[in-house]
Ligand binder design. Structure first.
Ligand SMILES: NC(=O)c1ccc[n+]([C@@H]2O[C@H](COP(=O)([O-])OP(=O)(O)OC[C@H]3O[C@@H](n4cnc5c(N)ncnc54)[C@H](O)[C@@H]3O)[C@@H](O)[C@H]2O)c1
Length: 350
């Protein structure tokens, strides 16, 4: 239940790019929050539009404004140093994914949090989506029998102009750390820990230093197997943004799934939440019946920010902690290593 506080949470935004703007839009739909400052060394237009103080440096802003909380939405390789600044200032932060660009990078944050009460929530927003919460309930109810396979599809064509921002072409970016980190996190959330990874990556379509396309195989502790087949440079109707309505600007293909789960007793398509099970006979010649699983759709960014307000006020622990998100990065490190060394890799966890 929502509790109203007399003073709104004073939030500073660090990084005023595409996603920073989206967070400011989300703030307008959440009660008890107030934007008090924007940090970006390259633009002050968002600060001016919102009529708040503009800063070029996060540390200066933290000491001058002393916000109650911060949203860290700058390029990936700045996530850890910026979060360390927030922790040093005692300012709770919502830190965009990926939590870090490598496990070594994440370890610095894990170490700093060991001696600090300042909470950090990592922005794996899809875990706040009611579709995922419901899918997890279906799996945990046993309706799939023994969860055995998962196929995640994330295939799209980003415009060339998206890569005018140099950080998106360089180490620390790439389709795996920018996009497939979401699929990796969801697979961990739904199927448990990953014990082995294989991967092919390719940069043939865009020709950047980082990959644009990847096929990734996972083995889970449970014995289940999964794959992610992804690219930011192909035409396809399969991908989270197109298959459900989180961000309206993307054209929709609502009848297409982007995550397919199957087990010994049933199968589930996401985001449609269609559950397929045999009626009488579990036999490849027999028909499967289809059941529509109901759920209450809601905006995961709004749900995430509402949760963050409670995290920042010390009312609840972060749903996605740095330690948890660092395990996803450990898997990402294993993916990169498997592709580089052309062999199966066991992730090293923090
Ligand atoms: N959760 C999601 O679904 C989602 C979606 C998109 C992006 N993101 C994440 O959000 C972050 C930003 O992505 P984007 O697409 O908005 O990138 P972007 O390049 O559009 O925006 C980044 C902004 O950070 C600014 N910046 C650079 N150095 C800075 C510094 N030292 N301090 C403060 N700001 C600085 C840049 O000037 C730019 O305006 C990335 O980490 C990305 O992975 C998450």
């Amino acid at each position: 239940m929502h509790t109203s506080h007399s003073t709104p949470l004073r939030i500073a935004l660090i990084g005023a790019g595409i996603m920073g703007r989206q967070h400011v839009g989300t703030m307008k739909r959440v009660p008890d929050v107030e934007l008090v400052a924007v940090v970006d060394p390259f633009t002050r237009s968002l600060a001016d539009e919102e009529g708040v103080a503009a800063f070029t440096d996060a540390r200066t802003m933290l000491s001058v404004v002393k916000p109650d909380a911060a949203l860290i939405v700058n390029p990936n390789d700045l996530h850890v140093p910026t979060a360390l600044d927030c922790i040093a200032a005692g300012v709770p932060a919502l830190l965009e994914k990926p939590v870090a660009t490598s496990l070594d990078d994440a370890r610095r944050l894990i170490a700093a949090l060991r001696d600090s009460p300042t909470p950090i929530l990592v922005g794996h927003h899809r875990r706040h989506n009611p579709v995922i919460a419901r899918a997890k309930e279906v799996i945990d109810s046993g309706a799939l029998g023994r969860p055995s396979l998962a196929t995640a599809l994330w295939q799209t064509k980003k415009p060339d102009a998206y890569y005018d921002m140099t950080w998106r072409r360089e180490a620390g970016a790439g389709v795996i750390l920018i996009n497939l980190v979401h699929e990796t996190d969801l697979l961990r959330h739904l199927y448990g820990e990953v014990v082995e990874v294989q991967a092919f990556t390719s940069n043939a379509l865009r020709g950047f230093a980082v990959e644009d396309t990847a096929t990734i195989n996972f083995r889970f502790e449970s014995g289940a197997l999964a794959s992610i087949v992804g690219s930011d440079a192909v035409a396809s109707p399969w991908g989270w943004e197109k298959n459900l309505n989180e961000v309206p600007k993307f054209a929709k293909e609502y009848d297409q799934p982007c995550l397919l789960l199957s087990g010994t007793e049933g199968a589930l398509s996401i985001p449609q939440l269609k559950l397929w099970r045999y009626d009488e006979r579990a036999d490849w010649e027999a028909p499967l019946s289809q059941q529509q699983i109901g759920y209450q759709a809601d905006d995961p960014q709004v749900l995430q920010l509402r949760h963050f307000v409670r995290v920042a006020r010390g009312e609840v622990a972060p749903l996605i902690s740095v330690a948890d998100a660092a395990r996803t990065i450990a898997v990402v490190d294993a993916i990169h290593q498997a592709a580089r060394e052309r062999r199966a890799v066991t992730p090293t966890y923090p």
